[in-house]
Design a protein around this ligand. Structure first.
Ligand SMILES: CC(C)(COP(=O)(O)OP(=O)(O)OC[C@H]1O[C@@H](n2cnc3c(N)ncnc32)[C@H](O)[C@@H]1OP(=O)(O)O)[C@@H](O)C(=O)NCCC(=O)NCCS
Length: 183
């Protein structure tokens, strides 16, 4: 059985091995050299203070993960978060990305987030399908914005409105709650 739970620092090795191929041989992430296990451990710890970082686990094996993160650091952006998702190669196209994103979005909603943004290096059919299936819509593309693996890549931004911004009638939105832990 596959369970969804919050990531732990000890998951860093397995998370890095899922992430590594995207760094080393694709433009999916604009990171160019694979981070160390220690660096991933630190990211899990730092991000988990503010956003959910969840993994899909099958009897000790991590098959995929998803997390929220700061979209832009300036304070007025606090109600908007970025989302990321990675599924292990041999476990892709079996619904895991969908399960992970569904839970991630539920947790971000609970925190009080209004908007979630996914940046997708183009092309990436699987990722576009997943984001659109969850309700994200393409809001803009930055053409030829990153150079990796000998060529320029464009990034499309997909946005999901988790709750309507118009519902406040000019009042400030409530603060963002800490993420809840999934045991
Ligand atoms: C993108 C990714 C996270 C999707 O996760 P997944 O577990 O493979 O996705 P799911 O099985 O939940 O499928 C989600 C949708 O995408 C479609 N899809 C999955 N793989 C696909 C592929 N290779 N080509 C086209 N569509 C695909 C599925 O059919 C499904 O749509 P549907 O329900 O309408 O049929 C996964 O493919 C992955 O990790 N890719 C490498 C890393 C990456 O690109 N991450 C996103 C960075 S922006």
């Amino acid at each position: 059985v596959i369970i969804l739970r919050s990531a732990r620092p000890e998951d860093a090795e397995q998370i890095l091995e899922i992430y590594r191929p995207s760094v080393e041989s694709t433009p999916i992430t604009f990171e160019i050299e694979a981070p160390s296990v220690e660096e991933i451990r630190q990211r899990i710890q730092d991000i988990s203070i503010q956003y959910p970082w969840i993994v899909a686990e099958d009897q000790g094996e991590i098959l995929g993960y998803a997390y929220g993160n700061v979209f832009r650091a300036r304070p007025a952006y606090i109600w908007s978060a970025e989302s990321s998702v990675y599924v292990k190669k041999n476990s892709q196209a079996r619904g895991l990305g969908t399960q992970l994103y569904r839970k991630l979005l539920e947790l971000l909603f609970e925190q009080g987030i209004f908007n979630v943004i996914g940046g997708i290096t183009l092309p990436n059919e699987a990722s576009i399908r997943l984001h659109e299936k969850m309700g994200y819509r393409l809001v803009g593309t930055l053409p030829q914005i990153g150079f990796k693996l000998g060529q320029w890549w464009s990034v499309g931004y997909w946005q999901l409105e988790l709750r309507p911004a118009s519902s406040l009638g000019g009042k400030s939105p409530p603060g963002i709650a800490p993420p809840s832990l999934l045991k």
